[in-house]
Design a protein around this ligand. Structure first.
Ligand SMILES: [Zn+2]
Length: 217
């Protein structure tokens, strides 16, 4: 019993993707999520993984659910998505040769975190640590300097890259690791993640990888 029981009684769980009762994301929908078969090469990153596609209504519903509903409701579904992806992945992880790896969320703008109550990038980092890469260390290397508008408000393409330039800094006195894995929920233009990678390299990080739940928006 307790809070969760009470919450479930007042707001009975139903699948965020198909609406069926019982769970916040039913196993049929989790199993139906289309995964990315071929790793993308992303300029500025030493390796990059996207689990699925934002145009997939099931994965999109999970990600939106994380943002706008309640992360704790979809924690299990998210971990199951990652577990299935890791299990069916054919190629080694891009960071397979690393003996240590620091997982670093691409820090969201403060206003974005506040309104949603949590940071999706940090959620993905924690899910990786709890799932496929338990041996990794969690990092807090990056700081967001200013509260710029979120990507949705920005003009496309080159301007986005210009707009994120200088938005991150590396924490003072941070121990600089050899290899960092940047995490986020959705990868659109990649401008923010590339800028985070650039600033980490500038601080002395040798290799920077990326991991997101979904490609494109
Ligand atoms: Zn469903």
């Amino acid at each position: 019993m307790g809070w969760r029981y009470l919450l479930d009684a007042v707001f009975p769980p139903h699948c965020v993707a198909c609406g069926v009762g019982g769970e916040w994301c039913c196993s049929t929908c989790v199993e139906g999520i289309e995964t990315v078969r071929q790793d993308r090469k992303i300029e500025g990153l030493d390796g990059f993984i996207a689990v699925g596609y934002y145009h997939d209504p099931r994965l999109r519903a999970v990600i939106r659910g994380l943002k706008y509903r309640n992360a704790t409701c979809l924690d299990g579904a998210c971990r199951e998505v990652l577990r299935r992806y890791a299990e069916t992945r054919i190629h080694p992880w891009p960071w397979a040769g690393e003996s240590t790896l620091v997982v670093q969320p691409v820090v969201g703008a403060p206003n974005r975190i506040r309104t949603r109550g949590f940071d999706p990038a940090a959620f993905v980092a924690a899910a990786l640590k709890k799932g496929p890469i338990p041996w990794a260390a969690m990092g807090s290397l990056l700081e967001r300097k200013t509260s710029v508008s979120t990507q949705a408000d920005l003009p496309p393409d080159a301007l986005r890259q210009a707009n994120v330039k200088g938005v991150f800094s590396v924490r003072e006195n941070a121990d600089i690791p050899e290899a960092v894995l940047l995490t986020d929920d959705v990868f659109t233009t990649g401008a923010t993640m590339r800028e985070a990678a650039r600033i980490l390299r500038e601080a002395g990080v040798k290799r920077v990888y990326g991991f997101v739940l979904a490609l494109g928006a």
